[in-house]
Ligand binder design. Structure first.
Ligand code: ATP
Length: 320
């Protein structure tokens, strides 16, 4: 993290002279670094003659020590925190290629090319949200992967409910919504042989303290907007680690079928009239639930049909 940002993060005024002295550089060098912080990280810095420089809002940065202190389960994980990366999932995949030993967790203060499913963009401003990729090594064959992304969604939903959002719920396959508004998204990526040994990247994006974002083209919300509180992201990551570890353990021991009922209880669209979009095709039906593998069960023209696969999207039908 830039030392200048460390000095400014308290949100108080700091004079150019004091900052220059602390960093051992000239005032004009400070001015240049401030311009860079604004341009590169999208931070708003107030510059007031006679008083100095002040971040428009104070920020708390991610810290592996803080996360480790509040989370027992993730104590043995290597936690890597980046100021900025293209996408934490992409970085995690590169680290696997380079031989990093799982489990490890990649977090970033911002993503320049945060991604959703099918290459869609995940808006990821600096120091406001959680961009999280946990890498696990799997050697239990396909059963260990069944319904895994739904299990991750359930863990995120529970964590958010604990954080003062009782209305957080799931949308198949793995979005977390409050009403119609998206608060978190999940993207699992896999390398290796799923039937034998593979690595899976559990990518999670949670809107935490974000209060405005012009670029998001659907309804969204954040933990802060819903709970009315500024959230300590280190504590939220620590709690997410705990909840996730406990769900992953249940999944590993008992399989997805043991979690299926709980997932359906958290599904906001049970019984709703929906369209399932698969590329250019659209299937209208009513949501019955999911099966023991996590596939979607729809009633289509009175008949139960099952759908699975990464290319499917659900939309509510008018009037449902
Ligand atoms: P699906 O129903 O297929 O999951 P989706 O439109 O929700 O569809 P995702 O791939 O899950 O697609 O997520 C990407 C979409 O989420 C983007 O196209 C954008 O509309 C929205 N989005 C992007 N950034 C954010 C964010 N920070 N918070 C909430 N929504 C976002």
């Amino acid at each position: 993290m830039s030392t200048l940002l460390e000095l400014l993060k308290d949100g108080r005024f700091h004079s150019g002279q004091a900052l220059g002295q602390a960093l051992g550089v000239s005032r004009s060098a400070i001015w240049k670094q401030l311009q860079l912080l604004e341009a590169e990280l999208g931070l708003v810095i107030h510059k007031v003659r006679g008083r100095g420089y002040q971040l428009a809002t104070p920020i708390t940065l991610l810290s592996s020590a803080e996360i480790g202190r509040s989370s027992i389960s993730s104590g043995s994980w290597d936690i890597r925190i980046l100021d900025s990366t293209d996408s934490t999932n992409a970085q995690a995949l590169r680290s696997i290629e380079e031989g990093s030993v799982a489990p490890f967790l990649v977090l970033a203060e911002r993503q320049t090319v945060g991604r959703g499913r099918r290459g869609r963009k995940w808006v990821s401003p600096f120091a406001e949200n959680i961009y999280y990729s946990l890498v696990l090594r799997m050697d239990g064959g396909l059963r260990q992967l069944e319904g895994l992304s739904l299990v991750v969604g359930l863990a995120v939903m529970h964590t958010l409910r604990e954080y003062g959002i009782p209305g957080a719920g799931l949308k198949w396959p793995n979005d977390v919504l409050v009403g119609q508004k998206k608060v978190a998204g999940i993207l699992l990526e896999l390398v290796g042989d799923p039937a034998d040994v593979c690595h899976v990247v559990l990518g999670i994006g949670i809107n935490v303290n974000m209060q405005s974002a012009e670029e998001i083209d659907q309804e969204w919300t954040s933990v802060r907007l819903e709970s009315g509180k500024v959230i300590d992201r280190n504590q939220l990551v620590a709690r997410l680690n705990e909840v996730l570890v406990s769900y992953l353990e249940r999944h590993r021991l008992n399989g997805f079928s043991a979690i299926q009922g709980e997932w359906e209880q958290g599904h906001l669209w049970q019984g709703r009239a929906v369209s399932l979009i698969a590329g250019v095709n659209k299937i209208d039906g009513v949501v019955l639930g999911i099966d023991r593998q996590g596939a979607l069960r729809l009633s289509v023209e009175g008949e139960e049909k099952t759908y699975s696969g990464g290319e499917l999207s659900l939309r509510l039908r008018d009037g449902s």
